[in-house]
Design a protein around this ligand. Structure first.
Ligand code: LLP
Length: 421
């Protein structure tokens, strides 16, 4: 459920019409709803009620300071994969003791900065990372809490590009070798094993892969405890999917996911950490765009929007579906027609949807992409020298631009010239 609904024939974000915001901000732009963001965070929290747990929101999904601050005020922890994300989380007021540092290729300088600022735990991905981290911690006279990321060799049944838990993926330590790696970690100075970490992929619409992975983790906890390790935290990653299409997708509910966690690992007495991104912020934003023109091709009609693949890359990159709706509510008896929905960027990949049934639209009409909150604004680029588009946050009847559209000068003047020009 989200807070983007039609009222009196107009699409609203909470209590404001999308059209009013568009008039003030200009299109295209991302439009987040505070109420939806909080609703999804709280649902995840309730799903784990009765267990000791920390929700470490995955900053990579949407990292605007206003989003992070909204979640931090709810008590959220954060999962970060770079110094940039770490500093964003700390700047938003998240205690370092609630931040986990994940990532397959952490650099020494990043590790140093994070260690000096403080951290809840490193999720370590390899023996060489253990070596680097131990040497650094000795040098910095500190002790680092670590979990080791396990690759459980489980197929997440999601898009290949966002599947991370199969043995051929670059992530984690193969489950067959993980006891040895824990034994090795225990020999290194200044590292303190606190738990196990796993993340098998993103946009999972089926709970079975989670169950398979978590069952393997539960067995591993027993084995590692027998080996003498103190496993008191389980970081179960993120990955729960959202409905991108209202008509034919029904991913599991947070409650069902929470029940699965309790069933599979609840008996182990560990503190549960999860790293959800998409399920918290995915449906909490629209991408609002304006129709530039409609063009008839040989065999199809192109709906040309002012948003493009540089603003929302998911359809081009993962062939992903986003529901597209008209900002003016179509009347019950209105006819639909079929469009290829495209942007103005100079490549055919700049296609949001093929053969999509939509109400009849005309130039200057506004449309909204649903489910644009996760991996939307954060993956945008300036390709074709198109400026990064604004982000706007609504709360009840107020809205604020939380990242402005840069001017053309600001964009161009980021370049610096060599002495010979
Ligand atoms: N934890 C780790 C270690 C991750 O790698 C990820 C996502 C998450 C948590 C959060 O996963 P979520 O709950 O959001 O599924 N750009 C792609 C998604 C990439 C996901 C990368 N890792 C997309 O637009 O679908």
């Amino acid at each position: 459920m989200d807070h983007f609904i039609y009222k009196d024939g107009e699409l609203c974000a909470e209590s404001i019409t999308v059209r009013d915001i568009a008039r003030e901000v200009g299109t295209p732009f991302y439009l987040y709803s505070t109420a939806t963001l909080l609703r999804h965070y709280r649902l995840m929290d309730e799903a784990l009620a009765g267990t000791r747990h920390l929700i470490c929101y995955s900053v990579k999904a949407a990292s605007n300071q206003a989003i992070l601050m909204t979640l931090a005020a709810e008590g959220a922890g954060m999962d970060v994969v770079s110094v940039g994300e770490y500093l964003r989380a700390v700047t938003a007021g998240v205690s370092p003791q609630k931040i986990v540092f994940s990532g397959v290729g952490k650099m020494i300088e990043e590790m140093r900065l994070v260690l000096s600022g403080g951290i809840r735990q490193f999720n370590v991905e390899s023996e060489s990372e253990l070596d680097d981290l131990s040497a650094l911690a000795v040098d910095m006279k500190t002790v680092v809490p670590i979990s080791i990321r396990v690759n459980p060799d489980v197929d997440a049944l999601t898009h290949a590009k966002i599947s991370t838990g199969k043995s051929e993926n670059k992530f984690g330590v193969p489950i067959s070798r993980v006891r040895q790696v824990y034994a090795y970690a225990a020999t290194l100075p200044s590292l303190k094993v606190v738990g196990i970490d796993v993340h098998i992929g993103s946009q999972l619409t089926n709970l079975e892969p989670f169950a398979l992975a978590y069952r393997k983790i539960a067995e591993l906890v027993k084995a590692l405890r027998e080996d003498g390790h103190d496993i008191s935290r389980l970081d179960l990653g993120g990955g729960l999917g959202i409905p991108y299409s209202r008509s034919n997708e029904v991913p599991p509910l947070p409650m069902e996911y929470g029940a699965l966690i309790k069933r599979e690992v609840g008996h182990l007495g560990c503190e549960i950490e999860i790293e959800p991104g998409r399920v918290i912020v995915g449906n909490a934003a629209l991408l609002v765009s304006r129709v530039i023109s409609i063009k008839s091709g040989e065999s199809r009609q192109f709906l040309i929007l002012d948003a493009a693949m540089n603003d929302l890359v998911r359809p081009a990159m993962y062939d992903s579906w986003h529901d597209i709706i008209s900002v003016v509510e179509p009347s019950a008896d209105s006819q639909e027609t079929v469009y290829d929905v495209v942007g103005p960027v100079c490549e055919t990949g700049d296609t949001f949807a093929r053969h999509r049934w939509l109400p009849y639209l005309k130039p200057d009409d506004l449309v909204a992409f649903r489910g644009a909150g996760a991996y939307g604004a954060v993956m945008a680029s300036e390709y074709n020298s198109r400026r990064l588009i604004p982000e706007v946050l609504v709360k009840d009847d107020q809205f604020a631009v939380i990242r402005p559209r840069p001017t053309y000068d600001e964009m161009i003047n980021r370049d610096t010239l060599p002495s010979w020009l």
